[in-house]
Design a protein around this ligand. Structure first.
Ligand SMILES: *Cc1c(COP(=O)(O)O)cnc(C)c1O
Length: 429
């Protein structure tokens, strides 16, 4: 009997809660049954039924070169043959750390972990340890993984809202977390250990930093002696062969990295100056450790990606992403849907609202929510999927293009979007 997505998801749901290992994959917010991926190659994935999709998920940004890049695959094979984990120093971790630090001003040392969650959690612990303070400030709509103290959401941009964003997170765990609206520089108290921010927000759709926002955060942190943490788990080596900090010229005290730097393997990292990183054990008093940290396969895969990710390839990708964003916006407006497709370098996202006008790009979560409240994304998502184009199954995710998304792929996506919007319009009556 032929394999089906339906059967695999049912089977998965018996042994995996919700049938998945990460909630968004379940299609909970768009409805329907998720496709189960059998393989990927370049810009595409193929599901267990043999359907090929042009993939804009790309492991939520972990894949920059596209799936199963031949050089990365060869690297993984050759490293794996010599052992995959040792619990002792290897050359690979030093080589990747060198590759990262030489590309980012102010980033002198990194410690590798196995996920972005661990990177952000550890950076916050380090900031608290280094400053001897407890309070942390995050921004509404920014995602920093699922460590308790960072898992706070809020329905409004109220600065002092301190509600847990998940069952199982005790009030005490977020008591010292302040949530502020994105793109407004908060005025900080002297109890603040750190301000953590996505320098280009990419977890509420794409929300670019307003002019002066990041510079203002730097000044405000300096004024009270708090550390500025840039969570660049998405933006690091995604926008350019360096970090967003380098592009905007604002140097944080700590960086969180992940996704791209693992070459498709489970990796995260956090880093900063030698002085700050020196507070970590074994030299310093801030404990942090990991059995699989600095995993040689992941380190080598990440380095292989960075070596191939030259400035010209990012520039070419940014041009294609701009064409994609323009095309998506035009396709939706053409059939009478309110839309905007903000873009920032190689990142873009699509907002579909109520009404039929061109929308202004949102500046914070409240504005992003107001647009997504139309509920139109889900319909568009399914119409696109039916035409072989896989956007993320959630309205708050950005579009991840890989270097393998060529001009033809972009054109095909824009055509599919026009057809999808037309079909959706027909259903709407
Ligand atoms: C994905 C992401 C994380 C969490 O990384 P995981 O590897 O999923 O734990 C943290 N911060 C940002 C900005 C992210 O996009």
């Amino acid at each position: 009997m032929a394999e089906t997505n339906e059967a695999w998801f049912e089977r998965a749901s018996r042994v995996l809660p919700g049938g998945v290992d990460s909630p968004v994959r379940s299609f909970a917010s768009v409805g329907g049954t998720p496709y189960t991926v059998a393989s990927g190659a370049g810009a595409t994935v193929t599901d267990v039924e043999g359907t090929v999709y042009l993939d804009y998920v790309q492991s939520y940004g972990a894949s920059l070169l596209g799936h199963a890049d031949p050089m990365v695959v060869r690297t993984i094979e050759s490293v794996a043959k010599t052992g995959t984990t040792f619990g002792a120093p290897t050359r690979d971790e030093t080589l990747l750390a060198e590759a990262i630090t030489e590309r980012v001003t102010g980033l002198e040392q990194v410690r590798f972990v196995s996920s972005g969650t661990e990177a952000a959690m550890s950076a916050v612990r380090l900031a608290r340890g280094a400053t001897g303070r407890s309070t942390i400030v995050k921004f509404d709509g920014c995602y920093h993984g699922h460590a308790d103290s960072l898992l706070t959401a809020s329905g409004s941009g109220v600065l002092t809202l301190r509600l847990p964003g998940s069952a199982g997170v005790p009030e005490g765990a977020v008591r010292d977390t302040i949530v502020a609206p994105y793109n407004v520089v908060p005025s900080l108290g002297e109890d603040v250990a750190c301000v953590i921010v996505e320098p280009v927000a990419a977890n509420m759709g794409l929300v670019a930093p307003a002019k002066g926002f990041l510079e203002g955060l730097r000044r405000e942190c300096d004024r009270i002696g708090a550390l500025l943490v840039f969570d660049e788990v998405i933006t690091g080596f995604r926008l350019a062969p360096t970090t967003a900090s380098e592009l905007v010229g604002v140097v944080p005290d700590l960086w969180c990295l992940g996704k791209v730097i693992g070459g498709g393997m489970p990796v995260g990292a956090f880093g900063g100056t030698r002085a700050v990183m020196g507070e970590l054990a074994p030299r310093g008093a801030v404990y942090q450790a990991g059995t699989l940290s600095g995993n040689p396969v992941a380190m080598a895969a990440g380095r292989c990606v960075l070596e191939q990710a030259t400035a010209d390839r990012y520039e070419a990708l940014a041009d294609r992403v701009a064409r994609l964003a323009d095309g998506l916006e035009a396709a939706l407006l053409d059939v009478g849907f309110a839309a905007c497709a903000p873009r920032h370098g190689t990142l873009a996202s699509l907002f579909v609202g109520s009404g039929s006008q061109r929308l202004a790009a949102p500046r914070d979560l409240e504005q992003a929510r107001a647009i997504n409240g139309s509920g139109r994304y889900a319909g568009l998502f399914h119409e696109l999927l039916a035409r072989g184009v896989a956007f993320a199954p959630g309205a708050y995710e950005v579009l991840f293009c890989s270097f393998a998304h060529d001009d033809a792929a972009i054109s095909r996506t824009i055509d599919a979007a026009h057809e999808a919007a037309t079909a959706l319009r027909a259903h709407d009556g």
